[in-house]
Write a protein that binds this ligand. Sequence first.
Ligand code: NAD
Length: 402
Amino acid sequence: MCHGSVFRLDDTRLLDEHVTHGAWTWEMRSLQEVSYQVRLVSGVLDPANDLLAGAGAWPGEKAARRVVVADSAVNDVYGEAIHRYFGQHSAEHRLVVLDVCEERKRLELVTQVIDELDRFGIDRRREPLVAIGGGVLMDVAAFAASIYRRSTPYVRVPTTLVGLVDAGVGAKTGVNYGRHKNRVGTYFPSTVTLCDRGFLATLDRRHVVNGMAEILKIALIKDRRLFELLEVNGSALIASRFQDDDGVRERVAVEVLHRAIEAMLEELAPNLWEQKLERVVDYGHSFSPTLEMHALPELLHGEAVAVDMALTTVLSVQRGLVSSAEATRVFGVMRALGLPLWHPLCESNLLREALHDTIRHRNGQQRVPLARGIGAATFVNDLCDTELARAAEVLAREACRG
Ligand SMILES: NC(=O)c1ccc[n+]([C@@H]2O[C@H](COP(=O)([O-])OP(=O)(O)OC[C@H]3O[C@@H](n4cnc5c(N)ncnc54)[C@H](O)[C@@H]3O)[C@@H](O)[C@H]2O)c1
C-alpha cells in the first residue's frame, strides 16, 4: 500500500522573494508499507509440494517462468532436484549457478546475475527470481533483484543455518567492497522466504556450528529459554544437523529454529529500515565485521560473531552487567557448540579500528549492545581503548583455559 502527498513549504508571503531569488521548496512524502512472509516448511523441492512454484506468483498464477540462482555447492547436491521440481510444475526455467564464497561476494557476481536476468527476459513484476543457497548467495541475488529494473521481486530458499535464522529473515542485501563487509547494498526483502531445515542435512559441520553463533546471539540478548535449549541440546542438534524426526528431538529442533526466526522478526519489524541505530540484533556485530574481513578466509561470519560475543561478554562482566557465573555458562555453551572464543587478530589495534568503523556506521556513536545477564541487552557509548585492551587480554587467557 502506498500513501503519498506533496507539501509546498514556502509561505505565500515569500512569493516576492521567490520571484527575486527563483527558489521554491516542495517536500514529497511517500510511505510504502512492506509485508513479506517467512515460512518454516518442509519438502520444498518435493515435486508434489506446490509451495515454491506458487511462491511470489500472482494470485491464480503458477510458476510459468523463473530464473533460479543457486550456489554451486547447492547445485552439486540439489541441481537435479531443482530441474525436476520446476519441470514437474511446467515452468520454463533457467538455473544460474554461482560460485560463491565470502571473498567472491562482490559486485562482479551481482552483474553476473543481472546479465542472466536480462538474457532470460524476466517479466518485471510476475516472474520473481528464486535464490537458493546460503547467506552469500542470497545477499548477492537479492541485491541484483533490488536494482534490476529498480526492483524485481524475489523468493529466498536458504540452505544454510545462517540463511535460515538470519540472512533469509531480514531485508538487507549487499556485497563486500574494498576491505569492508557488506559496504554496498540495499534494503529489499523477498516476497517469501521458505525455510526448510532438510537442506541442513548436507551442510558440513563447521557451517552448522557457524549458524549456531547467530542463534546464540539472539538467545543471549533476547531469549533465555533459547539459551537453555542450546545449553542442553546444542551439540546434539549440530551432530544431527537438525534432522531429528523422532518426537522429542524433532520438537527441540523445530522450537530452536522457530524461536530464533521469530525473535529476529520481532526485532526487525519496528525498525526494518534501521532508522534506529540501536539494534540489539547487532549484538556480536560491533567488532566482528572488521575482524572477519581481516581474517578472511580463515574465519567464517558466525565464527567472527562468536569472538565478538565472547569479547563483549568479558566487557559485560567488567561493567557488572553479567556475573562471572553467567559468563562461565556462556563460554561453556560456546565451547560445547565448537565456536571460537578468541582469535589472534582480536587485539587492541584491530579493536580500535573496528570500533572506529562501527561509530561511522552508527552515525557517530558507539551504540554497542552488551548482554545484561542472559536474555537481555543494553547499549553503551563510552567504551575506551584501555577497557577494550583489558577485555582482549582477559579473553585470551579465558580461551587458553579451554
Ligand atoms: N542479509 C542479511 O541480513 C545477512 C544476515 C546474516 C548473514 N549474512 C551474510 O551471510 C553470509 C554467510 O552466509 P552462510 O553462513 O550461509 O555462508 P555461505 O553462503 O558461504 O554458505 C556456506 C557454505 O555452504 C555451502 N552450502 C550452502 N548450502 C549448502 C547445503 N545445503 N549443503 C551443502 N553445502 C551448502 C556454500 O556453498 C558455502 O560453501 C555472510 O556473507 C553474511 O554477511 C547476511
